[in-house]
Design a binder for this molecule. Sequence first.
Ligand SMILES: Cc1cc2nc3c(=O)[nH]c(=O)nc-3n(C[C@H](O)[C@H](O)[C@H](O)COP(=O)(O)OP(=O)(O)OC[C@H]3O[C@@H](n4cnc5c(N)ncnc54)[C@H](O)[C@@H]3O)c2cc1C
Length: 382
Amino acid sequence: MTTDTPLDFGDPAGLEKLRAEFRTWLTGHPLPARLPGEPLPVFLHRWHRLLHSGGWVGLDVPEEYGGRGLTSLHQIAVSDELGARGAPGVPRIGYLAHALLEFASEEQRRRLLPRMLAGDDVWCQGFSEPGAGSDLAGMSTFAERHADGHYTVRGQKLWTSYAQYSDHCLLLARTDRAAAPHASITAFVLPLDRPGVTVRPLRAANGDDEFCELFLDDVRLAGEERIGAEGDGWALAMTTVSYERNALDTGHLSKYGLLVERLRRTARERAGELPDGLLSEIGRCFVDYEVLLAHTRRRIAERLAGQAAGPESSVDKLLMTGAEQRLYATALKVFPEELHGPGGELLAEYLYSRAASVYGGTSQIQRNIIAKRVLRLTDGDG
Ligand SMILES: Cc1cc2nc3c(=O)[nH]c(=O)nc-3n(C[C@H](O)[C@H](O)[C@H](O)COP(=O)(O)OP(=O)(O)OC[C@H]3O[C@@H](n4cnc5c(N)ncnc54)[C@H](O)[C@@H]3O)c2cc1C
């Protein structure tokens, strides 16, 4: 049954003590109420700063960069405690922080990471373009290097989540027209108030304004605003998305666990009343959750053993997408009254779950990665 914690790794370095401390802290610092009309990212940013003030953000980031120098498990334990209370998880910056830890210079890490962790600078991710989403390597935004080392960037990004609430963008641009696509992408930190940057929010069908277009018209970037070497952008992007694909890093798993447990309880209480088909869907949700849990644990164990994230993270992303989409669709059938309930949270979660097969790389692309890079199948072109 789902009584198991996602973190069955024993108690390395006082994990249980940390959990107890966090629970105590939470009783004194409950989730603040969202103000009327307050945009979700603004509300979450307040929560971010509150969590940071207690030392609960960036636990796995070394102390010299503003973190607490603990392990991934400690950060995940905090997400788990929040998820178990139905509270929003720790801010979703872990994947950006890991990209900086791996690719940024020492000076950049010391300057950028503490402010990112504290929420002093809010970051967004500028990877996708109108003609380059799945085919990210086909991006056309270009950063031209000048003799004195500065760059001029020209191009357009698309689907940049919450750019209008952000200070910095982790930007990918091509820096070499002659080199092979994967070898010619470079990462930059782009301050969004830089002349030449236009952020235009797009309204989605459900009324949200998460997505933005980002127009870059001869934006000047200093050489020191490049992250890593020219051509490192592809490897940086792959690091970023592999962290973005892990259900524990993103705090999704404990949130699913809560709903799976609620469905399981309801199935027991209303067994005679719910149709067999629905009971079997609940059973499938339970199995999905347990499978996802096992895979995610394995991934975390690999990480703790020092193994870098690889293409196997695509398996986790696919499992996470399937589990999430089935879970919310089933929950809406079991609790139809919540379609119109206060706040409509379940409906909102259901609608957002449809995006899971697109963001962080579509399900088709995950299958391609698994076929080519995990199973080593080729299509004849090698
Ligand atoms: C909620 C959400 C938040 C997002 N946030 C960000 C963000 O902050 N920053 C950012 O940079 N991007 C963001 N994105 C964009 C996301 O990364 C892209 O939407 C995604 O990579 C797909 O690209 P695309 O939309 O251009 O679709 P396309 O690449 O045009 O794909 C269209 C369809 O064709 C299929 N397809 C394409 N190529 C292949 C192939 N080779 N084999 C099989 N099928 C294929 C795809 O699977 C898909 O079904 C976000 C997306 C969503 C939904």
